[in-house]
Design a protein. Structure first.
Ligand SMILES: [Zn+2]
Ligand SMILES: [Zn+2]
Length: 145
């Protein structure tokens, strides 16, 4: 599976199947996406391979540690490493093909925008669920035969 930014300078490959998706409705994710929520998944750090354009990647980190990586040329949000560097957060809209993927969780429902109508698909969490709960939901359920 390939992913690309809007201008195409930055490309990456994903080696394993895409796990389940979540959306975060917090105020920071709204700013980063310019929309009601992000839609993303997490994948082991060694399963993402940068193919092109790494020199175009720019990084912004807030005082509280919230990270945003983006393309220097077109501004697309880009995958970035989670706090302990073990996994990449990947915005699902960057994927070149739209597979059958499952949205399993909505985070920070309590701080969503007033106009945001949250889909019934997936579990709703007022804030951030504990790591174990979220990991269980995001784990891929499809098995390759
Ligand atoms: Zn770009
Ligand atoms: Zn968020």
């Amino acid at each position: 599976m390939k992913g690309k930014c809007l201008c195409g300078l930055i490309e990456f490959d994903l080696k394993e199947d895409i796990p389940n998706l979540y959306q975060c409705h917090c105020s920071l994710c709204r700013k980063v996406t310019g929309s009601s929520a992000n839609a993303a998944f997490r994948i082991s750090a060694d399963q993402l391979l940068w193919k092109n354009g790494v020199e175009q990647i720019r990084e912004f980190i807030t005082e509280t540690g919230f990270k945003s990586h983006f393309c220097n040329n077109c501004g697309s949000p880009l995958p970035n490493l989670t706090a302990n560097d073990s996994a990449y957060w990947v915005p699902v809209g960057l994927l070149e093909d739209s597979e059958e993927l499952t949205l399993v969780a909505h985070l920070f429902i309590d701080s969503r925008a007033k106009w945001d109508v949250v889909a019934d698909t997936g579990e709703h969490f007022a804030e951030m669920p504990d790591a174990e709960t979220l990991d269980r939901l995001l784990r891929p359920t499809k098995t390759v035969i």
